[in-house]
Design a protein around this ligand. Structure first.
Ligand code: GLN
Length: 251
C-alpha cells in the first residue's frame, strides 16, 4: 500500500515536471520581426547572410539569457504592424523609442543613439537647407521617425512627399533625381554615405530618439526583462562594444 502510494506521488511529480517543462519551452521560442535592409543594423552581407548590429546583439543576448527565437524579415512598417497585431513577440529594427509608440509598446533600455538627417544626391549642389526643398518632392520611408520629422516641416518649407517601404528604394529615388531629398536616421544614412551609396548629408542632425527593442504593452514582460538583463551583461563584458566595432569603423 505504502509503495503504491509512493509510485502515485512519483508519477504526479514527474507529470508536473514534464508539463511545466513543455510550457517553459514554448515560452522561450520567440518570433522577432525586423526590417529588410537597414545597414549597419540589419542587412544581407555579400555572402547572403542576414547580419548587423541588431542581429548580433539579439543573438548574443539570447545566448546569455538562454532563449531561442526566429527572425522574421518583414520591412520596418510591416514589422511594427505584425507586433501590434500580435503576430510577433518583439521587434528589433533600429526602432526609435518615441512617446507616441510608448502608448502601444514597451521598450527595452536604449541601446543606440540616433537622430534624423537629410540626404541628397551627391551630384546635387542646389540644396543647402530645408528652404531649398520648396516646391520639390521628398522621399520618405513609411512609418519611420524620419518620415514623421519631414511631415512636421513639409508645410513650413512647402515640399511634397512620396513614400517607400524600405531604405534602399528611398535612396535610389533620390540618387536618380526623382526626389530632391530623403530623411533617414543618421547612423544609417551616415553608413550608406560611407559605403559610397551616391548620397551626401549637407544639414545638421535633428534631435532624435534612441533605439530600443519593442514588445506589446503589458505582454512579454519576461522577454523584455531578459533583453535588458542580457544587454546589461553584454555592456559589462565588452561584447556590446565588440559588436559595434564589427560594423562601425571609427578612425
Ligand atoms: N529609427 C527609425 C524609426 O524607428 C527607422 C527604423 C527603420 O527604418 N528600421 O522610425
Amino acid at each position: 500500500m505504502k509503495a503504491m502510494h509512493k509510485t502515485i506521488v512519483c508519477l504526479l511529480v514527474a507529470g508536473v515536471l514534464v508539463f511545466s517543462g513543455c510550457a517553459e519551452k514554448k515560452k522561450t521560442e520567440y518570433l522577432i520581426a525586423t526590417d529588410t535592409t537597414f545597414a549597419p543594423f540589419e542587412f544581407e552581407d555579400s555572402k547572403g547572410n542576414f547580419v548587423g548590429i541588431d542581429m548580433d546583439l539579439l543573438a548574443a543576448i539570447a545566448e546569455d539569457q538562454g532563449f531561442t527565437y526566429q527572425i522574421q524579415v518583414l520591412g520596418f512598417n510591416a514589422a511594427v504592424q505584425s507586433l501590434e497585431s500580435r503576430q510577433s513577440d518583439g521587434v528589433i529594427a533600429g526602432m526609435s523609442i518615441t512617446e507616441e509608440r510608448k502608448k502601444k509598446f514597451d521598450f527595452s533600455d536604449p541601446y543606440f543613439d540616433s537622430g534624423v538627417v537629410m540626404g541628397i544626391a551627391e551630384s546635387n549642389n542646389d540644396i543647402k537647407s530645408y528652404s531649398d526643398l520648396s516646391g520639390k518632392k521628398v522621399a520618405l520611408k513609411t512609418g519611420t521617425e524620419g518620415a514623421m520629422f519631414a511631415e512636421s516641416i513639409m508645410n513650413t518649407y512647402g515640399f511634397t512627399v512620396i513614400y517607400f517601404e524600405d531604405s534602399a528604394n528611398m535612396y535610389e529615388e533620390v540618387k536618380r533625381g526623382s526626389s530632391a531629398a530623403c530623411f533617414e536616421d543618421y547612423p544609417v544614412l551616415g553608413y550608406a554615405v560611407s559605403q559610397g551609396i551616391g548620397l551626401k548629408i549637407v544639414t545638421e542632425r535633428e534631435r532624435g530618439s534612441s533605439y530600443g527593442f519593442a514588445v506589446n504593452k503589458g505582454l512579454n514582460g519576461e522577454l523584455l526583462s531578459k533583453f535588458n538583463a542580457g544587454l546589461a551583461n553584454l555592456r559589462a563584458n565588452g561584447k556590446y562594444q565588440e559588436i559595434l566595432d564589427t560594423y562601425i569603423k571609427t578612425n
